[in-house]
Design a protein around this ligand. Structure first.
Ligand code: SF4
Ligand SMILES: [Zn+2]
Ligand SMILES: [Zn+2]
Length: 331
């Protein structure tokens, strides 16, 4: 197997590009794909400050590393979800990465600040764990980006993620979600700009990127993900990709080119009634936003009591990894 660029020994084959790459040219390929996505969708301007949502997994650490390599000014944000050992370990990977590269990592601890963790909080609020988790993360990421004065919030969604979400939204014809499933959502109505620079890279490529770059990441899936429909869509798409390399790319980018705009009106209608939450000020369509309602129901649900549900205003606990003492007591 030879590198398509230099004919040296290849370390990876990427069937949808019908190409093999050596270490150096694979890294170059990853950077080129990210740079292309950023340019194509006008994701981040030079000189802007970006905040990347970091989970300790391969995608979020890869996108942080790639953006830094491409010369962008990027800090990280880690949200401790209180999912047992999984959260303890994921936080360690996020901190170790930031420390090794002298990058700034902000932290929000959900149990410590809001009085619930995902397993007990979702039960108390009668929501599926991933629903409570997704809602909490979205709110805390948005709040931290706005409060920290960042121009843009970055997530590590890759091509496999986006194709799987698209499949789910299409199977169930969630047309208002289809109208919003874009690699960049502009800042508006009190939401920060949100971008997904990894949309041109597959999951296998982000994993390989981390290995080649010596980035240690949490390999284990979140224990709450078992039975998640998203995983079954991914598996189905992997089967299709095997028989038809490039199918995921064609599905997702074909949607962006030829279909997404057709659903824009419905996505827009969904956001027409946005107003500030009476409790925290975040944009919402109801009197009190879904996050504050979750905190009211789930806060204080920890077995040892935890803080009560009073901390609903925007105000995440933060720490910088370049200030080791600040980390004490954060997790
Ligand atoms: S799998 Fe569900 S609970 Fe686990 S981190 Fe993802 S969204 Fe949260
Ligand atoms: Zn090469
Ligand atoms: Zn609120």
């Amino acid at each position: 197997m030879k590198c398509v660029v230099c004919k040296g020994p290849a370390i990876i084959d990427i069937r949808r590009h019908n190409a093999n790459f050596c270490t150096d040219h694979f890294l170059e390929q990853c950077r080129r794909q990210v740079a292309k996505a950023i340019d194509e969708f006008a994701m981040i301007e030079r000189g802007e400050r970006a905040l990347v949502a970091v989970s300790g997994g391969k995608d979020s650490l890869a996108v942080w590393d790639l953006l830094v390599e491409l010369g962008y000014d990027v800090d990280g944000l880690y949200v401790g979800l209180g999912i047992g050992e999984y959260s303890d370990v994921s936080g360690t990977y996020a901190r170790d990465f930031a420390r090794s590269r002298e990058l700034t990592l902000l932290e929000v601890d959900l149990p410590g600040t809001y009085g619930y963790d995902i397993p007990t909080g979702s039960r108390a609020a009668r929501r599926a764990p991933c629903s409570a988790c997704g809602l909490s993360k979205r709110h805390l990421f948005d709040a931290a980006a706005l409060e920290g004065g960042y121009d843009v919030l970055v997530t590590g969604h890759n091509l496999d993620d986006e194709a799987a979400v698209l499949m789910g939204n299409t199977l169930h014809w969630h047309t208002e979600y289809l109208g919003r499933q874009l690699p960049v959502l502009p800042a508006r109505d009190g939401f920060p700009r949100k971008v997904k620079p990894l949309v041109r890279l597959g999951e296998r490529e982000t994993a390989a990127y981390c290995v080649v770059r010596g980035i240690d990441y949490l390999v284990d899936e979140c224990p709450m993900a078992a039975g998640n429909r998203h995983l079954s869509y991914k598996a189905a798409l992997n089967d299709i990709e095997l028989a038809s390399p490039g199918a995921k790319h064609a599905f997702y980018f074909g949607f962006l080119d030829r279909a997404a705009e057709r659903f824009a009106t419905e996505a827009e209608a969904d956001r027409e009634d946005l107003r500030p939450c009476a409790s925290c000020g975040a944009p919402t369509t109801s009197e009190v936003c879904a996050f504050c309602r979750l905190v009211q129901r789930a806060g204080g649900s920890l077995p040892d009591g935890g803080p009560t549900a009073v901390a609903v205003e925007l105000g995440p606990t933060r720490a910088r990894v370049d200030e080791p003492s600040a980390l004490e007591g954060v997790r």
